[in-house]
Each structure stands twice: as structure tokens, then as C-alpha cells.
Design a binder for this molecule. Structure first.
Ligand SMILES: [Zn+2]
Length: 258
């Protein structure tokens, strides 16, 4: 039976991911329990595990109420202050859930504890649950980590197979692509993607998951080795000399003010 991966909308623009097979579900980053409980009920699913990418409230605040309903399930996550996490994971760890192997990538930057879950054998191709690290058309803000850390973390994701589906945690795509167009006004794939994303949002369709291949072509935060992106960021930030890390840091700062 195929694995099914569905978004559960929460707050104003969060996606909580539900991965299900044979009536069992695992939930990624339940920031709120109510929409998760409703989804499980509607779909006739039993919760069997929770996996967490990082400590922010909109990713963890639903854990305790879910554990009241499902007291014996494991909660996996990174090393952080979140007391409900029973199993602490680090880079290169593997866990098996729903008979599937999830490989852990440490991806500090947005927060220092941030991890991502790579599912190699999803029936429809590889999948990455990357929380607030890589977004469709953008990347997470640097609340705790350095630009160097985030650039390294994004490099780990870039090295995954190009057909990897990117399951990020927010619907930020149109805004991200609007910024991306400022950075790369001549990128024709980006223009097409921007128009597609706008049309999807008009019809209230989630723009995620995206594919890594498309991110590599259109997401400026994965393109700081591209000379057109470098020239544009250097001009904007008035840099005379730069390395890729300077470009990434100034690109992120430019987006923060956008
Ligand atoms: Zn976050």
C-alpha cells in the first residue's frame, strides 16, 4: 500500500505533515493538536509517532495534547529544551517508522537544534521533511545560527537526489518567489514558477511539496554560486570583494528587509 503524505493546515500559514500507511500515521511538527486530531479522525488514522524538526512553538506546541490522546507513542526530535521529546536524534541517525527508514540530517541555521528527516524509499520518490530550513523559493530566517551554518546545511540538502520532494512547514512560496524575482529578474524558470504559484494560491491549493530540481533552478538561496546572483547581491549590498558566504549572508539580509 502506498505511503500517503498530506498537509494539515495550522495557524495562518503552517503545514503539519501527516505520513500514513495501513491506517497508521506519523505527524511532523504538530504546532497545534486540534487540526491534527480532526485530520486523524476524518481519515480513520491512528497516530503511531511524532517527529520534530526544531523547538519553535509552531512546531511543538501540540505534542502534549496529542500525547494525552495517544499516551504511549514515541516522540523523536533534536537535542533541545522541549521536554516531551523522548528520543533525541543527531546527524546520520536513522529511525524506522511505518516500515520506512528516515535518515537524520543536522541542518543548523534557522535554529541551532534544527534537524531534517530524509525518507529515501517513499513510494513516489525520496522525500525531505525540512521544517523551516529550506522553503519553496526561500529559506528560513537565521534566528540562532550563522550564515555559514545555514549555507552548509543547505549544501547537505542540495546534495540529495534532484527528484527529492521538499516538504517544508510554511506556505511562504509566493512571497519568496516575489523576492527571488528581484534577485534574478532574467530567470525564465523563476517567472513561470511565480505565475504557477500565484495561480495555485488563487485556487487555495498548497504550493508544497516542491521538488529539489525546481528549487535548484529558482531558489536564490540555493544559487549563491551562480554568477548572476552574485553580481546582483554584490551590487545591492555594495560589496567590492566577496566569497559565496558573503553573498549568502547579504542575500539573507536583503530578504529580511524585503
Ligand atoms: Zn521555526
Amino acid at each position: 500500500m502506498m505511503l500517503s503524505i498530506s498537509p494539515i493546515s495550522a495557524f495562518s500559514d503552517n503545514y503539519i505533515w501527516c505520513v500514513a500507511r495501513h491506517g497508521e500515521a506519523i505527524i511532523v511538527d504538530p504546532g497545534d493538536a486540534a487540526p491534527v486530531l480532526q485530520h486523524l479522525k476524518e481519515m480513520g488514522l491512528t497516530l503511531s509517532a511524532i517527529i520534530i524538526t526544531h523547538h519553535h512553538y509552531d512546531h511543538v506546541n501540540g505534542i502534549e495534547l496529542l500525547l494525552e490522546h495517544y499516551p504511549n507513542i514515541p516522540v523523536y526530535g533534536p537535542e533541545n529544551q522541549c521536554a516531551s521529546i523522548g528520543y533525541r536524534l543527531k546527524h546520520d541517525d536513522c529511525i524506522t517508522l511505518l516500515n520506512q527508514t528516515f535518515k537524520i540530517l543536522a541542518v543548523p541555521g534557522h535554529t541551532l537544534d534544527h534537524i531534517a528527516y530524509y525518507l529515501e524509499d517513499a513510494d513516489s520518490g525520496p522525500a525531505l521533511f525540512c521544517g523551516d530550513t529550506l522553503f519553496a523559493g526561500g529559506c528560513g530566517r537565521l534566528f540562532e545560527g550563522t550564515p555559514e551554518q545555514m549555507l552548509t546545511s543547505l549544501g547537505l540538502i542540495q546534495a540529495l537526489p534532484a527528484n527529492t520532494a521538499i516538504y517544508c512547514a510554511h506556505e511562504y512560496t509566493v512571497n519568496n518567489l516575489r523576492f527571488a524575482r528581484e534577485v534574478e529578474p532574467d530567470n525564465s524558470e523563476l517567472l513561470v514558477r511565480f505565475e504557477n504559484a500565484q495561480a495555485m494560491r488563487t485556487d487555495n491549493i498548497p504550493t508544497v511539496p516542491s521538488k529539489l530540481a525546481l528549487e535548484l533552478l529558482t531558489n536564490p538561496f540555493l544559487r549563491t554560486d551562480n554568477s548572476a546572483v552574485q553580481e546582483r547581491v554584490a551590487t545591492h549590498a555594495e560589496l567590492k570583494y566577496w566569497n559565496q558566504n558573503d553573498i549568502f549572508a547579504n542575500l539573507r539580509a536583503w530578504k529580511d528587509d524585503f
